[in-house]
Design a protein. Sequence first.
Length: 202
Amino acid sequence: MGAMAKIRGHPRRCLLGALVGAIAATALVIAASFVLRPPPLAFSVADARSGATDENKAAFLNLTLVAGNPSGRAAVEYEALDVMLWYGTTDYIETNTSLLLLGLAAADEAALLLQPPRNATAVEVTARTLDDRFVQEIVAGEGRRTGPFNVAVAAQVRFKVAGVVYTRPYNVRVSCSDVYFVVADNKSAAAAASSTPIDCHG
């Protein structure tokens, strides 16, 4: 009887051992992600400029989004990046984002951008609208500012630590409120204009 009980007990011990191993492995992954996760990314709108084109029938809005990686040991791999622009909180203006700047294009085609440690990358964002409200406000505001606009940033990133270890994907969402665009009478003047940098917050 004693021998039979020992034989029957083996499957229970194996199951218990596998369960303990799975729990330990899960705890290790969670701990590693916590330890390896770098500081939060920093975003800001460094330049916002606008003007009218096409005989005042359309308006353009350009801004520079600065994506900062403050970590000293982890690179940031952007798998997705979307920049949204609202006039106030309800009027959405479609944007076009230029991501692959400063030679930082990722070797992995699935990634949009690979940002090294302690790096700030400028991302150019452009928008064009035919909405007469915006066009007339920009035409009337030459030499001044138009707004406020709200900029929202949504990204999916992974951190690459020590050049080999990847963390799990993280969703990043921040917004930049009360962004005013400097208004100029043409694109060249608008390009030379500058605006006060606006920090984004999560």
